[in-house]
Write a protein that binds this ligand. Structure first.
Ligand code: ADP
Ligand code: MG
Length: 325
C-alpha cells in the first residue's frame, strides 16, 4: 500500500501495546498465540461488513470501526461469553490515512472499553470491506445456546427494538423524524451498544438466547427451530422508543410494525427463561438497559404467533431481513 507499505500500515494503525497477559504472541508473527483460562471453552464468531451492503459509501469510518466490533461483541454476549481477542481482516480501495485513523479510533475505543485485544488480521487492497473474528471465553458447558427453550418459559428482550431501521428509513427519506428523535435513532444504527455484561449475567438463568441482528421475528424463530418449540409474543409488550411508538400509533403503523418486529440491526438480546427465574431476570434490568417480558414459549413446534394490541393474531408476521431472499 502506497507510501507506508502494508507492514508499516499494520504497525502504525493496528499494532497496539497489549496489556493482556494471556496473549503469548500478538501481531507480527504468522499467527497469534493465546492462553485460554483453565476450565473455559473458547467461543468464536466472525462478522463481515461490505460497502453498499452493510454500510453506505462515505459512511463515517469511526462508526464503522465501532460497529464491526460491536456486532461481534453482540454475538459473544448472545452466548454468555466474555470477549477477549479479535482478528481483523480488511480490504481498502486505497491507503487513506485519515480514514484509517478514524476507523481505528472507533475500533479501539470499543475494544478498550471491553478489554478486547486485537491480536492479528489481514490487510489487502480491494473493494472496501471489514471482517472481524472474535474469540471469547465461557466456563465449560455454560454457553447459552439457541436450543434449550422449554414450553412455559418466558420470552424476554433487552432494550428497545426498531430504532436502527427507523433511522435508516429516515436517512433514505422514507419517513420523517424530528432532530432529537433522529439523533437518538441514528445512535442506535451507527453506534450499537452490545449487551456484553448482561449476556454473561444470564448464564445459568436463560434457557436459550441470541442477539437480535436480523429482526425479532426471524431471530426468535431461530430459537424456536433450534429448541423445537413455538411462542406467542404480544406486540404491546415489545419495547420501543417514544419515536417509534408514535409511528406505530399513526398512519405509518404497518411499516412501523415491520421496523419493530423485523427491522434488524438492533443488537439487543432475546432470551427465554423459566418463570421461576423471573425475579432474577428483573434484577438484571436497570435504567440503562431495561428487560421486557414479551411472551411465552409454547409446545406448538416452530409456530410464532404475534398478537396485536387487541389480542388478535397478526395474519402474517413481518419477516426478518435475508441477504439471499
Ligand atoms: P501472513 O502473510 O503471515 O498472513 P501478514 O503479512 O498478512 O501475515 O500480516 C503480518 C502480521 O500483521 C500478522 O501478525 C497479522 O496477523 C497482522 N495483521 C495484518 N493485518 C492486520 C490488521 N488489519 N489488523 C491487525 N493485525 C493485522
Ligand atoms: Mg496475511
Amino acid at each position: 500500500m502506497a507510501q507506508l507499505g502494508e507492514f508499516g500500515l499494520i504497525e502504525r494503525f493496528f499494532d497496539r501495546p497489549l496489556r493482556d497477559r494471556n496473549v503469548a504472541l500478538g501481531i507480527g508473527d504468522d499467527a497469534a498465540i493465546v492462553q485460554v483460562a483453565p476450565g473455559c471453552e473458547l467461543v468464536l464468531a466472525v462478522d463481515m461488513m461490505v460497502e453498499s451492503r452493510h454500510f453506505l459509501p462515505g459512511a463515517d469510518p469511526r462508526s464503522l470501526g465501532h460497529k464491526i466490533l460491536a456486532v461481534n461483541l453482540s454475538d459473544m454476549a448472545a452466548m454468555g461469553a466474555r470477549p477477549r481477542w479479535a482478528l481483523l481482516a480488511g480490504a481498502l480501495p486505497a491507503f487513506d490515512e485519515s480514514w484509517l485513523d478514524e476507523f481505528t479510533q472507533g475500533l479501539f475505543g470499543l475494544a478498550e472499553a471491553h478489554g478486547v485485544a486485537l491480536i492479528g488480521g489481514d490487510t489487502t487492497r480491494g473493494p472496501r470491506n471489514v471482517c472481524l473474528t472474535i474469540a471469547g471465553e465461557v466456563p465449560a458447558g455454560e454457553a447459552i445456546r439457541r436450543a434449550g427453550a422449554k414450553p412455559g418459559d418466558d420470552v424476554w428482550v433487552s432494550g428497545t427494538l426498531g430504532d436502527a431501521m427507523l433511522a435508516l428509513a429516515a436517512l433514505q427519506g422514507r419517513t420523517v423524524l424530528d432532530d432529537a428523535a433522529m439523533s437518538s435513532a441514528r445512535r442506535r444504527l451507527d453506534w450499537p451498544a452490545p449487551r456484553v455484561a448482561l449476556g454473561q449475567s444470564l448464564r445459568g438463568i436463560a434457557s436459550a438466547m441470541l442477539d437480535v441482528s436480523d429482526g425479532l421475528s426471524g431471530d426468535l424463530a431461530h430459537i424456536l427451530d433450534a429448541s423445537g418449540v413455538g411462542a406467542i409474543v404480544e406486540v404491546a409488550k415489545v419495547p420501543r422508543s417514544a419515536a417509534l411508538n408514535a409511528k406505530l400509533a399513526g398512519a405509518e403503523r404497518d411499516v412501523a410494525l415491520e421496523w419493530l418486529l423485523a427491522g434488524g440491526d438492533d443488537y439487543e438480546l432475546c432470551f427465554t427463561a423459566p418463570p421461576a427465574r423471573r425475579d432474577e431476570v428483573i434484577a438484571l434490568s436497570n435504567a440503562e438497559i431495561g428487560l421486557s417480558l414479551i411472551g411465552t414459549v409454547t409446545s406448538d413446534a416452530k409456530q410464532l404467533v404475534v398478537l396485536d394490541e387487541s389480542g388478535t393474531p397478526l395474519p402474517s408476521v413481518p419477516r426478518a431481513f435475508d441477504h439471499f431472499a
